[in-house]
Structures are given as C-alpha cells and as structure tokens.
Design a protein around this ligand. Structure first.
Ligand SMILES: [Zn+2]
Length: 113
C-alpha cells in the first residue's frame, strides 16, 4: 500500500524521483568477492598466449610466399599445376598433408583455449 502511493507520487513528481534515485545510487552495493578471485585473475594474466604470434607469423609467411611466387612469375605455373591433379608430385602431396596436419593441430589448440 505504501509502495503504491509512493510509486504514484514519484510518477508525478520529478524532484522526489530524482532525490530517490540519487540516494539509491549513492549507496554502495554490498558485494561479496569470491574466495581466491584475485589469485585466479592474476594467474590468468600471467599466462601469455602464443596464439596471436602464431597467427601473425602464419600471415607473414603467407604474404612472403605470395610475393615470392608473384615476383618469380611462378603463379601461372602453380595454377596450371593445381588444375591438373595428374601432374601432382609427391612433394606437393606431402606439403598438402603437412599443411592439413598443422591446420588441424592449430584448430585443436584454438578449441581447447
Ligand atoms: Zn514529491
């Protein structure tokens, strides 16, 4: 009953509404910090992630290889080689297998973090 009349009054009186909000927001909310919270946060910060460096290194390697292929005029050769699977050599298949393994390992690592 008291809450209803208070709400009714506050809906029509901006001064009281503002005063009530000021008082409510000014009171500190009691918060209980979980046990070992600071230690857990600190331990997570202390563990450096190598992932961004791995991605940056992969992008850099890709850019260098692409520039190397373009500069050597080998891109057309690579394209014609990829277009004809009968010309695929053992080293190309091995490179593809290594690449697939590396990508799978990277995805597995990403999925675990
Ligand atoms: Zn009022």
């Amino acid at each position: 009953m008291q809450n209803e009349s208070l709400a009714e009054h506050l809906s029509g009186c901006d001064d009281c509404l503002e005063a009530m909000l000021e008082q409510s927001l000014g009171q500190p909310v009691p918060v209980r910090i979980p046990e070992g919270f600071a230690r857990r946060v600190a331990s997570q910060c202390a563990e450096p992630s190598v992932l961004p460096y791995a991605v940056a290194a992969a992008c850099l390697l890709f850019a260098v290889l692409s520039a190397w292929l373009l500069a050597g005029g080998w891109l057309a050769g690579v394209r014609s080689l990829l277009a004809d699977p009968t010309r695929w050599s053992a080293w190309l298949l091995a490179a593809g297998a290594v690449q697939t393994l590396a990508l799978t390992a990277w995805l597995w690592r990403v999925a675990r973090t």
